[in-house]
Ligand binder design. Structure first.
Ligand code: ADP
Ligand code: MG
Length: 529
């Protein structure tokens, strides 16, 4: 649906075009007119579907720019999300000169007090810090007409429901309330009942999965084992075109560097890369110049490639819809696909939740051992050698070949060739992936137990994994250890906007001294990238 049809002002339509949005996403198309009409709205749509603009645009439409009071309050679960949300609202409201400020824990409160004195019409904040400002009377909420509870499921996970109640008590009874969330646990529904007036529910369904074409497996594995297990699976399955999904930007960087170090032709995309670089990587992947694409959910939006043979969920997605979205990248256009989902022992409930949605049981796979992986690789290498011999102009190399045979044992020479053709295993190239905080234990709603065991599926479309041997040698050792690789990972703020309008001190965002977890989460947020 076109933004033009949604009843937004010219200024906002211009900002939408500047932002590069061509069409409204489904959640935007449905909720924007409702919010404009003054209704309370509960909007549910999976991560990365543009929920921020869904409330930002109508808020910007409705606030009175001449009024100096805080008219809209957006509550965000984390500092990162709060900053991103403030940036998005600011960006969209730029033509109308809307004043949007952000407050969050773990940052200098005096600066924030100053920024709140600037008469913002919109304030974005994390619950704890908002309460802090309310208690200090540095944030006055008696003119708030619109309240947004954003990423409500995340706020629930982080234990912010009580804080949110306390905040809501400070707001005028007569107001419009919007709640956005990727998932809708009962506790969140209750918030809707308690604090909203006759809310309209909008639920955008994820695309259905054509499950009969996709073999869906899961692998129980501890977080620190996943990387070695995954590369062993690559060796036995020999996937052609693979997407590896992971939860955080840091992991995208670490996984792609680690994979390169082990000899795989891999690259990662996430929101910190420039659009140009992302497009470049996507094109390489599309044309088979890249075997493995590592991505976060958001970065993978709109990836439309038909020949993906394998999807690896390095981290299990938190909401089942994201799973469907991820795994739906394979098994397209009548082709067969494979999905592999890593699950740590305490994430089994998430797996069951996914199975409930897809109505398909995932089959457990046991991780192959290094030896098994090597056997598979050698099998493939044998075929590849046959190909190589066939296409080699023997005469050209005869002299050097004779020289080598005079110098070395023939068996040693072939062994060296095979060694070079097979990928380095974990004992040769150790890769350490920084631990991320696991998903919170799911609520008490008991799900069934889990099953174990099962055999390995042996892949074998011979040789496919070897075609980029050269690349691999090119950047071998420098990625060792899986630290940030050679990507052009830019600072997050590529949007180049007027820093005057930023509430908090952005340099402090990695300061972990916040007294609440909202300020001190030392990891990137699943939601965005
Ligand atoms: P959510 O809150 O649903 O997880 P976001 O609001 O963070 O999603 O949006 C995800 C990404 O999509 C952001 O980079 C945002 O700028 C972009 N985006 C939002 N709306 C559109 C649109 N209509 N067209 C293209 N991109 C969009
Ligand atoms: Mg969001």
């Amino acid at each position: 649906m076109k933004f033009k049809e949604l009843g937004l002002s010219e200024d906002l339509l211009k900002a939408v075009t500047t932002a590069g949005y061509e069409e409204a996403t489904p959640i935007q198309a449905e909720t924007i007119p409702m919010v404009l009409a003054g209704q309370d709205v509960i909007g549910q749509a999976q991560t990365g579907t543009g929920k921020t603009a869904a409330f930002a645009l109508p808020i910007l439409e409705k606030i009175d720019k001449k009024n100096e009071n805080v008219q809209a309050l957006v509550v965000s679960p984390t500092r990162e999300l709060a900053i991103q949300t403030q940036e998005e609202i600011y960006k969209l409201g730029r033509n109308e000169r809307a004043n949007v400020q952000v407050v969050y824990g773990g940052a200098d409160i005096r600066r924030q007090i100053k920024s709140l004195k600037n008469h913002p019409q919109v304030v974005v904040g994390t619950p704890g810090r908002l309460l802090d400002h309310i208690r200090r009377h540095t944030l006055k909420l008696d003119h708030v007409q619109m309240l947004v509870l954003d990423e409500a499921d995340e706020m629930l996970n982080m234990g912010f429901l009580d804080d949110i109640e306390d905040i809501i008590k400070q707001l005028p009874e007569k107001r419009q309330t919007m709640l956005f969330s990727a998932t809708m646990p009962p506790e969140i529904k209750r918030v809707g009942v308690q604090f909203m007036h006759d809310p309209k529910h909008v639920k955008i369904k994820a695309k259905e999965l054509t499950t009969d074409l996709i073999d869906q497996f899961y692998v129980r594995s501890r977080d620190f084992e996943k990387f070695d297990v995954m590369t062993r699976f690559f060796d036995v399955q020999n996937p052609d075109l693979t997407i590896v999904f992971t939860r955080t930007k840091r992991r995208v960087d670490e996984l792609s560097s680690g994979l390169q170090a082990r000899g795989y032709n891999a690259a990662g995309i996430h929101g910190d890369l420039t659009q140009k670089r992302r497009t470049q990587i996507m094109n390489e992947f599309r044309h088979g110049k890249l075997d493995i694409l590592v991505a976060t959910d958001v970065a993978a939006r709109g990836i439309d490639i038909n020949d993906v043979t394998h999807v690896y969920n390095y981290d299990i997605p938190q909401d089942p819809d994201s799973y469907v979205h991820r795994v739906g990248r394979t098994g397209r256009a009548g082709k067969h696909g494979v999905s592999m989902t890593f699950v740590t022992p305490n994430e089994m409930d998430y797996l069951r939740e996914i199975e409930k949605l897809t109505k398909v049981r995932m089959l457990p796979l046991k991780p192959p051992s290094d030896e098994e992986a090597l056997v598979s690789q050698l099998g493939a290498a044998k075929e590849a050698v046959a190909d190589l011999v066939n296409k080699t102009d023997t005469e050209k190399f005869a002299e050097v070949a004779k020289g080598l045979l005079a110098e070395y044992d023939a068996e040693d020479l072939v062994a060296a060739l095979l060694n070079d053709m097979t990928k380095d295993d974990s004992s040769q190239v150790p890769v350490k992936i920084t631990p991320e905080r696991p998903l919170p234990k799911r609520g008490s709603k008991g799900h069934g137990g889990y099953h174990h065991g099962g055999g390995n599926r042996r892949g074998g479309n011979g040789g496919g994994g070897y075609r980029h041997r050269q690349d691999r040698r090119g950047n071998g050792g420098e990625h060792r250890g899986g630290s940030r690789g050679g990507h052009d990972s830019r600072n997050h703020d590529s949007r180049n906007h007027d820093s005057r309008n930023h509430g908090g001190d952005r340099n402090r965002r990695s300061n972990n001294s916040g007294r609440r977890s909202e300020g001190g989460r030392g990891f990137t947020i699943r939601k965005k990238d």
